[in-house]
Design a protein around this ligand. Structure first.
Ligand code: EPU
Length: 428
């Protein structure tokens, strides 16, 4: 298993470029199931979750070609034949987003067999709302042996009201609705930009969708979809992670190739916490050092403060003067990074869904363990300001969603190196 060795103390400066959004690319790859034609996706990040989804689609009989050379971020998917419409547990257990294939498979192939995802490091990850929605659209769903088996000759449009806002649930049912017979009205939908990105691809494929990106989406089903070419939008969480990196190291960092409009809640909070943030261009944000002071956050669905930035913000809070209260409202167990930050010298008290971070704390380098994707990012950020050389173990968590993060950070002046393991890595 690879490790990162990070020597703290260098302010980051210069420009760092953001890759395409993993959480857009994943549903867009699943959307290719909906047509027999080729779907070409540009700006697909080269991260492990994308490779996992490629394996998932290939196991179903799809052809997935990852571009190389100058076209290395282009992925061409052809789902002409879907010989085995199944998402096996071996793959689903490594990536919960695999359940995104449920809706498109039922819509296109009339049946799907998808392993139940179970829990994960950040908490329970139920898919009951995906199931409930598909049942309302006429699918018959049976749960057996850890698998869901869904069948429907043709899904029917329905009125769906989500009990709780769910990002992949909205995406999964949107993909089901585009091929359903008649109109589907979806209420209390997720408004995350990734839903809008998926809807843009589906529309290019011939779907009729209104309201994506708002809480009410209306879909007129069509009998079939055709191929399309679509560019994945920039990763707002990767961009946000770099903004925190610039602020925490007291640097002057320009984050390029991002969409500032998707970063509103984070930028406002960074400013409240004392960082200087400018938007010098339509796809650029610049962050500069300021005297960091405590500012509370409470995670919320978009456009609120993203749960996917909570761990990284906590690293920043350790360096801010005063007490920052961090409340996690989306996932029940998303404080796995706390104990590792405490081992590096942070002063954090957890009380249920809230953590009080007392700062500023002098962080000192330590050997720490990454437990999930965003927790890993938090530890990288802490290590960038810790005194001495930290060793981060299990960086495969980081590799699930950040493309070549160590090269990007090194380009901005960080001292970070990847160390391979002499033993063959086990599949986790
Ligand atoms: N929920 C249910 N029932 C469902 C679905 C969700 O109760 O059927 C609950 C969840 O347990 C959670 C809440 O609803 O408490 C929100 O979960 P959501 O379904 O929105 O999460 P997700 O779609 O599984 C996506 C991202 C996550 C991100 C969350 C929240 C993808 C592939 N994943 O997950 O990203 O944290 O939305 O914004 O889009 C990450 O990138 O590190 C990551 C975990």
């Amino acid at each position: 298993m690879d490790k990162f060795v990070i020597r703290g103390g260098n302010p980051l400066s210069g420009t760092v470029r953001v890759s395409g959004a993993k959480n857009s690319a994943l549903p867009c790859m699943a959307a290719a199931i909906l047509t027999e034609d080729e779907v070409i996706l540009e700006n697909v990040p080269q991260v492990r979750d994308i490779e996992t989804e490629r394996r998932l689609l290939v196991a179903m009989g799809a052809e997935v070609e990852l571009g190389y050379g100058r076209a290395q971020h282009r992925t061409t998917i052809s789902c002409r034949t879907l010989s085995d419409p199944e998402a096996k547990y071996e793959i689903v257990k490594t990536m919960r987003a695999s359940s995104l294939v449920l809706g498109p498979l039922v819509a296109r192939a009339g049946m799907a067999r998808v392993a139940m995802p179970g829990g994960c490091a950040i908490g329970g990850r139920p898919i009951d709302l995906h199931i409930k929605g598909l049942e309302k659209m006429g699918a018959i769903i049976v749960q057996e042996h850890g698998y869901l088996e869904a069948r429907a000759d043709r899904l029917r449009g329905a009125h769906l009201v989500f009990d709780k806002i769910t990002v992949t649930g909205t995406e999964d049912l949107l993909m089901a609705a585009v091929l359903a017979e008649g109109e589907t009205l979806m209420e209390n939908c997720a408004r995350e930009p990734e839903v809008g990105d998926l809807a843009a691809l589906l529309t290019a494929m011939g779907a009729r969708i209104e309201g994506a990106g708002t809480s009410t989406i209306r879909v007129q089903g069509v009998p079939r979809l055709h191929g399309a070419r679509h560019r994945i939008h920039p990763d707002r969480i990767e961009a946000g992670t770099f903004l925190v990196a610039g602020a925490i190291t007291g640097g002057d960092l320009t984050v390029a190739n991002c969409n500032p409009a998707h970063l509103g809640a984070l930028i406002a909070k960074l400013e409240e916490a004392g960082a200087r943030v400018d938007i010098p261009g339509p796809d650029t944000v610049r962050v500069r050092a300021g005297r960091l002071c405590a500012a509370d956050i409470s995670t919320k669905e978009y456009p609120g403060f993203p749960t996917d930035m909570q761990a990284q913000y906590m690293a920043l809070a350790t360096q801010a003067e005063g007490v920052s209260v961090i409340k996690e409202n989306i996932f029940e167990n998303r404080f796995m990074h706390v104990q590792e930050l405490v081992r590096m010298g942070a002063n954090i008290k957890v009380d249920g869904p809230s953590a009080s971070v007392h700062g500023p704390a002098r962080l000192s380098a330590a050997a720490v363990m990454c437990s999930d994707l965003r927790a890993s990012a938090s530890l990288v950020l802490a290590a960038l300001v810790a005194e001495g050389e930290s060793i981060l173990d299990r960086v495969y968590h980081m590799d699930r969603g950040y493309e070549r993060i160590e090269e990007k950070l090194r380009g901005a002046g960080a001292q970070i190196r990847r160390m391979g393991n002499i033993f063959t890595p086990k599949e986790e």
